[in-house]
Design a protein around this ligand. Structure first.
Ligand code: MSS
Length: 363
């Protein structure tokens, strides 16, 4: 692990060589370790916890975990064991922190200085939220938000609104949301939200609530700080407010994962990963001349669906000297990764291709 920090105990099973340990609660995948990886191995996946992870006890008897479902015609508590009998679906999607790319902003930002590695492509298995809702008589009338509450214990005396991880997303997102118990074919590790996690394909990481203990259809967004004022795109220097855009749908983005520093002359394989957010990708282009000309890249491996990322490759003939390598993704509905991205106070959502470019020296 870089930065001279050892892996924290609760993620001691991770691959230290592929990770950057920013803090006990924030670990990033190294850019070079992403490579052309179609599915991010759990050992390499980034970690972002707003609160310390709960004790391992909560994954001792996974099927006994209880979820309270509210805002449906027949609200009730249901165990994970019983949820498994309602339905099952597998979805591949990018899990990406809202602050991924924060390090590329030029203004000073508070928060973890993520480069590209607060993201991974993950395969989740669980029950579709729409099936759970159907089994409980449908969404009650007039409730526009789907709210998930995390299972971390809130210390006595701390008002829960100030720290509890509870996120609301527009109700429509329930059509593709799942309540997941498996990640990459294994029971979800505690660090990634086991025993039960709300997964909202195409939405930023923060909406994918770990240790899910309550799923509620609500009239309003959660009153908690993490919803009301945090995770909002706000002008530099301004305070967070509910009127500002919340970190829901992810934008189109790609980045090169290799080579990152040096290469020999002759043919060079330039590879990376690209994602469309909530829309499928149309193409990725690569430039080796600082964005003056672009070549269409080839996708590598199978298409795992619109919410997954796609590894790509371009083979280029590069002469000795320095080259600026950049990639630019576009979606089937015409969104194109922009050259630059407007600064925002907390440094969220950066997808500008120029800042993500690589300075390569060909020897
Ligand atoms: N959940 C809970 N419960 N808690 C916490 O803290 N965080 C968030 C999500 N969820 C949390 C939750 C965030 S913020 C993110 S990114 C994610 O998660 C991460 O994941 P992983 O698994 O990687 O660690 Mo930013 O937007």
């Amino acid at each position: 692990a870089q930065e001279g920090k050892a892996l924290p105990d609760y993620v001691a099973w991770k691959d230290a060589d592929d990770l950057i340990v920013h803090s006990q609660q924030t670990l990033e995948t190294q850019r070079g370790a992403i490579g052309s990886g179609l599915v991010t191995p759990s050992e390499d996946l980034y970690i972002r916890n707003n609160l310390p992870a709960p004790s391992e006890e909560i994954v001792a008897d996974r099927d006994a975990w209880e979820l309270s479902v509210e805002g449906v015609a027949e609200p009730r508590a249901i165990t994970l064991g019983d949820l498994k009998t309602i339905g099952v679906e597998t979805v591949a999607c990018v899990l990406q922190c809202s602050g991924n790319g924060r390090a590329f902003f030029e203004h000073e930002t508070s928060g973890t200085q993520w480069s590209v590695g607060a993201a991974g492509n993950v395969v989740w298995t669980g029950v579709p939220v729409r099936d759970v809702v159907a089994a409980m008589g449908g969404v009650a009338e007039g409730l526009d938000w789907l709210t998930g509450t995390g299972g971390e214990e809130i210390p006595d005396g701390v008002p829960k609104e100030t720290i509890q991880v509870e996120r609301s997303v527009p109700k429509e997102a329930m059509e593709r949301a799942i309540l997941a118990w498996d990640m990459n074919g294994q029971p979800i590790p505690l660090a990634h939200g086991g025993p039960l996690r709300l997964v909202i394909p195409g939405y930023y990481g923060v909406n994918n609530v770990k240790y899910l203990k309550r799923l509620a259809f609500t009239e309003e967004e959660s009153p908690n700080k993490i919803q009301q004022t945090s995770y909002r795109i706000r002008p530099v220097g301004e305070k967070g407010a509910p009127s500002q855009p919340s970190m829901f749908e992810m934008n189109v983005k790609s980045w090169i994962t290799g080579p990152l520093e040096e290469a020999g002359t002759g043919k060079v394989q330039i590879h990376g990963v690209a994602m469309g957010g909530i829309t499928a990708l149309e193409k990725v282009e690569v430039s080796t001349d600082d964005g003056q000309s672009w070549t269409q890249a080839q996708f590598l491996g199978p298409d795992m669906g619109p919410y997954a990322w796609r590894p790509f490759v371009v083979i280029a003939d590069l002469g000795q000297g320095s080259h600026v390598l950049a990639s630019r993704a576009s979606t089937v509905d015409g969104q194109v990764q922009p050259e630059t991205f407007e600064p925002n106070e907390r440094g969220y959502g950066h997808n500008g291709w120029r800042a993500h470019a690589v300075d390569l020296t060909v020897l």
